[in-house]
Design a protein around this ligand. Structure first.
Ligand code: G6P
Length: 366
């Protein structure tokens, strides 16, 4: 009812704005990195694995895609991410020393549960779920669990569940890194400090809402949009495109920016806005040349830049500057303006934001 919404127009907007609280609850009690964060049996499970296979659907799949960059880059553990409905029906090469990681807001998604059972039948017994519902089938069926504390999520388009999943997956990364000798005490302290800063960092990003509303007015009149990202922000571009298509019904696609010239550049006109996730990382210079390719074809750029990225607004280039530079946790912050962009574009188009046509919050049948 309206009372629960407080000052917000929709549950999705309320849930976007709950993210600082959701992250702080999810990280509550995490004083140090240790296997027990994932359950009593975690140390013994983690000793029996040397690779990770992440299985999930929808937005949860994109949090898995982001985590792959952390797991391989920080914990140096080979990681594969697969859409649950694909994995369960294909021939694959099982390795018993694999940690199966399912990611699910509801813990009841039929394909993700079936994929977990399929992996177990193939002899992969070690399993962990990052899940928002402690009483769900997923939590019962996995040996280990990290329960996110996003709280009940009502909007069909997932927001706070996604960022809390990322927080849980980052903790998993640090834990595996520590066990495998890839995390010094200094690094542990730095990462924990950065995680504790997330709630206030998120609040500062949420304060960009008025600028995002300005972008949304342009997007609302368009029928197509392209999202570009590189590295660990490519899955964030995918998630931004998914959010936009789910609730505004604008056709949106995401590409790793380096692939632009292998196809999507042919579609670029002034009628297709191009969103670019542009944190100040090692790939920024390459991303800038991708952006010039878009401009040269008359494409209009909407750039999410970091505090210290040297990108300025100019004709056809609209820049929103993030308040800080976030380093490794940057995906968790950069997704928030994309959630707000989808939300306000959908509002401007007058769609049923919390209950988009043809979609369900939890898909418990195949
Ligand atoms: C549905 C929802 C999505 C969600 C996906 C996976 O498609 O609309 O928001 O990401 O299911 O759900 P899960 O509960 O497994 O995360």
């Amino acid at each position: 009812g309206a009372a629960e919404l407080g000052p917000y127009r929709h549950f999705m907007q309320k849930e976007i704005f709950e993210q600082p609280r959701a992250i702080s609850d999810t990280l509550e009690g995490v004083e140090q990195i240790m296997p027990e964060l994932f359950g009593d049996k975690a140390l013994s499970v983690f000793k029996q694995i040397d690779r990770v296979l992440i299985l999930a659907c929808g937005t949860s799949y994109y949090s898995g895609c982001t985590a792959k960059y952390w797991l391989e880059g920080i914990a140096c553990i080979p990681t594969q991410v697969e859409i649950a409905s694909e994995y369960r029906y294909r021939e694959s090469v099982p390795d018993p020393r694999t940690l199966i990681v399912t990611i699910s807001q509801s813990g009841e998604t039929a394909d993700t549960l079936a994929a977990l059972r399929h992996a177990r039948e193939l002899g992969m017994e070690q399993s962990l779920t990052v899940c928002n519902v402690a009483t769900s089938a997923m939590v019962r069926e996995c040996k280990l669990a990290y329960i996110t504390r996003a709280g009940v999520e009502i909007g069909v388009a997932s927001t706070k569940a996604f960022t809390t999943q990322l927080a849980g997956l980052f903790l998993l990364t640090l834990t595996l890194a520590q066990l495998r000798g890839h995390l010094t005490e200094t690094e542990e302290a730095q990462h924990l400090k950065a995680m504790r800063h997330l709630p206030s960092a998120l609040s500062a990003v949420l304060a960009l809402e008025p600028q995002i509303i300005g972008w949304a007015e342009h997007f609302a009149t368009k029928e197509h949009a392209l999202f570009l990202g590189r590295g660990m922000h490519y899955p964030i571009a995918l998630e931004g495109a998914l959010k936009l298509k789910e609730i505004s019904y604008i056709h949106a696609e995401a590409y790793p920016a380096g692939e632009l010239k292998h196809g999507p550049l042919a579609l670029v006109t002034s009628e297709m806005p191009v969103v670019t996730v542009a944190p100040n990382d090692a790939l920024l210079e390459k991303l800038k040349s991708n952006m010039q390719e878009v401009r040269a074809r008359g494409g209009l750029l909407y750039v999410l830049a970091d505090a210290d990225s040297k990108i300025e607004s100019s004709e056809g280039v609209n820049v929103i500057r993030m308040p800080e530079h976030y380093g490794t946790l940057s995906p968790l912050l950069h997704v928030v303006p994309l959630q707000l962009l989808a939300y306000h574009t959908a509002c401007a188009r007058g769609t049923d934001v919390d209950k988009p046509r043809n979609l369900a919050k939890s898909v418990t049948v195949e």
